[in-house]
Write a protein that binds this ligand. Structure first.
Ligand code: LYS
Length: 308
């Protein structure tokens, strides 16, 4: 049995709305460790990573000066690079030591560091990206300047070099080894890029039409074909805001908690996942704490929890 290596990342400067930095502590307080004990999984909880006190106040970054006209600058680029480099080193060490990395976000920009770390270990990494968004913007297409909208593109090797070069190698994952699930808010140029690259994208339309079980069967097959590892990058905003209100960029018409549970149970049954991250839990947007509790249950399902 692999040791689950819990890596909390208190970083939310990749998003417009602050608060996801509190996600890791919210999930831990909601009983993540107890859930792992219940599943009889050995685990360790690493020291929390953060951007450091000066990050939010950082001086203007030289890379920002080159921004294309009409697009907002990448926000908090230096802080995002620093935290993702540190995370990449941690994830790489965990994978090299034979542990099972479980990263707690933080906003979704931390996927850049997670994937950079995994890519040093897995040469043919498959990627299940479960999210309302596709995070396929670059510095040239972003409508917001928020780096959490760029993490998948950057990991594929597209966009500004400070992001694509994190962890050393550019192009950590191949588009044909990626499957998006739950998409329902895509910017025009993200749509174009998804089509041009041939990234498999299972939208809410597909899920409504085919059912989540059929979609997951195909998605798991795509990410498991000719790969030596599969990462599950789970954005809590894939769920409908009625079930998971505590997140920074909620979009209606999302997965029900039942669909999300089934999706993660099916990944567990397939036995393909070699790491995961759960991101965008924002306790400041959820005084009830129900979103963090749901996230803990969902993590349990991915790690083998069953009803019977
Ligand atoms: N596509 C939008 C953007 O690039 C929203 C991204 C949300 C990511 N969690 O800003």
């Amino acid at each position: 049995r692999k040791i689950v290596d819990i890596l909390p990342v208190a970083f939310d400067l990749g998003a417009s709305r602050r608060g996801a930095a509190g996600g890791p502590q919210a999930m831990l307080q909601a009983g993540l460790a107890a859930k792992l004990r219940q599943l009889r999984l050995p685990y360790r909880i690493q020291e929390e990573l953060n951007a450091g006190p000066a990050a939010a106040e950082q001086a203007a970054d030289p890379a920002l000066a080159q921004r294309p006209r009409g697009r907002p600058p990448m926000k908090h680029l230096a802080a995002a690079v620093a935290v993702n480099e540190a995370l990449a080193a941690r994830v790489s060490a965990a994978a090299a030591a034979g542990r099972w990395p479980l990263i707690l976000g933080g906003d979704h920009s931390i996927a850049i560091g997670t994937i950079a770390g995994l890519a040093s270990h897995y040469r043919r990494l498959g990627m299940l990206w479960i999210d309302a968004h596709s995070d396929m913007n670059t510095d040239l297409t972003t409508p917001s300047g928020n780096i959490h909208g760029m993490s998948l593109a950057a990991s594929i090797g597209l966009g500004a070099s400070p992001l694509t070069a994190i962890g050393g190698r550019i192009g950590k994952i191949r588009p044909e080894r990626v499957a998006l699930v739950g998409a329902r808010s895509l910017d025009p140029e993200e749509k174009r890029l998804i089509r041009a690259l041939g990234v498999s994208c299972f939208t809410m339309h597909d899920i409504d039409k085919r059912g989540i079980a059929s979609v997951m069967e195909e998605a798991v097959q795509i990410v498991g074909a000719d790969t030596d590892g599969v990462h599950v990058s789970f954005d809590i905003d894939s769920l409908d805001p009625r079930d998971a209100p505590g997140t920074g960029t909620p979009v209606g018409g999302g997965l029900s908690s039942r669909e999300a549970f089934l999706a993660l149970e099916l990944i567990a049954e397939a036995g393909v996942a070699t790491s995961a991250e759960f991101v965008e839990v924002n306790p400041e947007a959820d005084p009830s704490g129900c979103t963090a509790e749901l996230a803990v249950s969902l993590i349990g399902s991915l790690l083998g929890d069953r009803i019977l």
